[in-house]
Design a protein around this ligand. Structure first.
Ligand SMILES: Cc1cc2nc3c(=O)[nH]c(=O)nc-3n(C[C@H](O)[C@H](O)[C@H](O)COP(=O)(O)OP(=O)(O)OC[C@H]3O[C@@H](n4cnc5c(N)ncnc54)[C@H](O)[C@@H]3O)c2cc1C
Length: 407
């Protein structure tokens, strides 16, 4: 038996694998579960806007090794849904075909990089390597000639990620400048094509966001976009030129391109349409979870490409793929109530409830919650098979976590 193959070692992939093992163990049956991912770590992607991004990872073998998940370090380059096999390329360049009985596609999402002059000079915080490259670049800014915008950062896109990196950078950049060039001006400029900050966040948290930007001194230019980037300046679509050596692109995310290898329908974000049990419409041997899945969250709402939904989708997809092989009933996906917690740097954070993002906490109360999300709740247990399988239950809620785990 080939068993279940999970592609992707992010939140959805990890919890898919754990969810499948949990059900098999509960029924006392043997079920091989394999996870394929290019890297050795679960990257804590939601924290890549913070300093020291190289710390934002957890070894996959310490999470899934103790429950017997077989791990293959490789990139999946092809999927044959008729022959039920995936083609992987290992880090040594060797190709291999790996068969599956059920496949869970959990390859996440990726930033859509723009086509504009100088696009190769753009920084981003989408992946561990690119976030680390940005952090190294920021540390080297004092080595540039004084003035000339060396401590000016332009952030393209005032959505969730743009706001988090912009507000965080006021302090990060301020610390770099203070240590090497006290008194030199630090500027963070948010550039947004829409005529409002945080357009997709709606009116709920907009007052809090505006207050945070004003208090921190983050500038914003609305109704304009980045037109061209050079090593020492950026040109905006209204003709403005800003001296800077650092332009960070945050606008636009799409589901992983591997979704195109599945003969299913995809939504405008590139996500695969799935049924209530998370199996891909028309391809019952393939499940999708996390940022690759266009699943219904509740009537009138699809899941968001966010951590909250990726974790839950993973647990359900793993459970259902295993149930299918074990001849057990599937469990329809149900999402916990949708919440968001937006970091606003040293100003605090804003925590919202519901799809209309009603503000329920701000300032230090929301910031403490954001710290818990970032440093505790999204981390899976390591070296602890019992706790991992307890949390892998699709009915598990974060409220059941007692006491802090070391991260
Ligand atoms: C800077 C930033 C801030 C964010 N902040 C928040 C936040 O505050 N709250 C929130 O809820 N969400 C946030 N998100 C979104 C959140 O990180 C994602 O929704 C979440 O990581 C999705 O989980 P996933 O498992 O679906 O995908 P990912 O975490 O992207 O994992 C995908 C996995 O698939 C692997 N993979 C990709 N292609 C292949 C392939 N061809 N073969 C094999 N493996 C492959 C990758 O290496 C990775 O291991 C943020 C994202 C970013 C970038």
């Amino acid at each position: 038996m080939s068993g279940i193959v999970v592609v992707g070692g992010g939140f959805a992939g990890v919890w898919s694998a754990a969810g499948a093992v949990r059900l098999a163990r509960e029924t006392g049956r043997e079920l091989p579960v394999t996870l394929i991912s290019p890297g050795d770590d679960l990257v804590i992607r939601p924290r890549l806007y913070q300093s020291e991004p190289e710390r934002m990872r957890v070894p996959l073998d310490r999470i899934l090794g103790p429950v017997g998940v077989r791990r293959i370090a490789g990139t999946v380059t092809g999927i044959d849904t008729t022959g039920q096999a995936v083609t992987t390329t290992g880090r040594d360049g060797r190709r291999a075909d790996i068969g599956y009985d059920r496949l869970i596609l959990a390859t996440g999402s990726e930033l859509v990089r723009p086509e504009l002059p100088g696009a190769e000079l753009l920084f981003d915080v989408d992946t561990l390597p690119t976030a680390t490259e940005l952090a190294t670049h920021l540390d080297r800014l004092p080595g540039l000639p004084p003035g000339g915008g060396r401590f000016t950062v332009v952030v393209a896109g005032a959505g969730f990620t743009g706001l988090e990196i912009a507000t965080e950078l006021m302090d990060r950049l301020g610390a770099v400048a203070a240590a090497h060039a006290p008194g030199e001006k630090v500027r963070v400029v948010l550039v947004e094509r829409a005529d409002t900050v945080g357009p997709e966040l709606g009116p709920g948290p907009s007052r809090e966001i505006a207050d945070a930007l004003a208090a921190l001194g983050v500038e914003h230019r609305l109704g304009v976009s980045v037109a061209a980037v050079e090593r020492d300046r950026v040109a905006l679509s209204d003709g403005t030129q800003l001296p800077t050596h650092t332009v960070i692109w945050t606008a636009g995310v799409r589901a992983s391109g591997l979704t195109a290898a599945i003969p299913g329908t995809r939504d405008r974000l590139g996500r695969l349409e799935v049924d209530a049990n998370l199996s891909v419409d028309g391809v019952p041997t393939v499940y999708a979870a996390g940022d690759t899945a266009a699943a219904a969250a509740e009537p009138g709402h699809r899941v968001m490409q966010c951590c909250q939904h990726a974790l839950q989708l993973g647990k359900f997809a793993g459970h259902n793929a295993a149930a299918d092989l074990l001849g057990l009933p599937a469990v329809p996906f149900t999402a916990t109530p949708y919440v968001t917690c937006l970091d606003l740097g040293s100003y605090g954070a804003v925590f919202t409830n519901g799809w209309d993002r009603r503000v329920v906490a701000t300032g230090e109360v929301a910031k403490e919650r954001k710290r818990k999300v970032n440093e505790l709740w999204i981390y899976p247990p390591t070296d602890d098979p019992d706790e991992l399988l307890r949390q892998a239950d699709y009915r598990f809620s974060v409220r059941q976590i007692t006491g802090p785990r070391a991260i």
